[in-house]
Every structure is written in C-alpha cells, then in structure tokens.
Design a protein. Sequence first.
Length: 197
Amino acid sequence: MKVLGIFGSPRRGGNTEVLLEEVLKGAEREGAKTDRIYLTDYAITPCKECHGCDQTGQCVILDDMEKIYPKLLESDIIFLASPIFFYGVTAWAKALIDRSQALWAKKYLLKDPSLGKEGRKRKGFFISVGATKGQKVFEGAILTAKYFFDTFNAEYAGELLFRGVDGKGDILKHPEALQQAFEVGRKLVKEMIHNPS
C-alpha cells in the first residue's frame, strides 16, 4: 500500500504540514509505505494551455513535474494538503493541479485504459485550514481537489478542514484535530486494504 502526501504550503512547519504528518503517521501505523512531496522544493511551471498534451498525454514542459507524475500513478492513496489562499489552494498546489491536464488528456481524450474504469483504483483526500470562519471558505478548494484527483482515477474520499486557524502552529492548540488526522490516515489505509476496488 503506497500513500503519497503532498505538502502544498510554502510555510514549513505550518498547520497543514502538521496535520498531513499526523495523517501519514496514521497510515504508517497500518503498514502503508509513505512518500512526501514538498511542492516548494520543486520547480513547476504553470500550465501554458498549449494543448501539447492532447495528442500524447505527455506534457511538453520538461521540469520537476516529470518527477511527480509517476508518484501520483504509483500511489494507492494521495493526500493533498493546502491552506486556503483567497478561497483557493496555494499557487504551488494549483500549479501541480493545472499541470495534471496531461493526465486528463490521457484519460479523457486518449481513453487510456489505465486511467479508465478498468484502471487502478485510488483514493484522494483533501486537508486544509482557513484563517476565516466563512461558510464558503473551503468550497472552491474542495471542487478543485476533486477534479485533480479525478484525473488519475482517485475517488474523492473526503476532507479534513479547520476554520479559524491561521498563526503558525495554531493547530497544535487543538489536540483533537491531530487525533482526527491520525485516524483519517489509519482508516483510509484499512479501508483500501479490505476493499481495494
């Protein structure tokens, strides 16, 4: 069982990083092999909307995204963690998501069976914190995450969201949040092991 954690915040040691680490600890507790991607360590050019991937399913931009595509496709569960910036995910996370257009083209334009109904089944889960307590603060980011996961056959398995969390480390004042995160990691791995389809 391979689990990938994608850290979308530019702030190291921040709230989404703390939550995602707890999730990955929970996954490891159930025997999963975990991998971590800190997006700020990668140079990912935003999608140019050149449609270069339409005929091949391969992005024409050769940068660090080439290292990430295989990790997405090798994983059984993908956790995407991003704080909310202006009611959406961070620019680092959005660059990753937009560059997944190549996978979308492979799945929907080229009808690659590995990404079709008979292809490998994955799960995707979104983790986020927002400084405000607005009712709609997470809505745009959730929709974006759902469509991102869909490009590589990852069924949306849910989200872990916390409002009113802003300062670095503020999530540590909510031990129940850390426990929730740990249990999410455990539960999702257990479910995938017992119900792989």
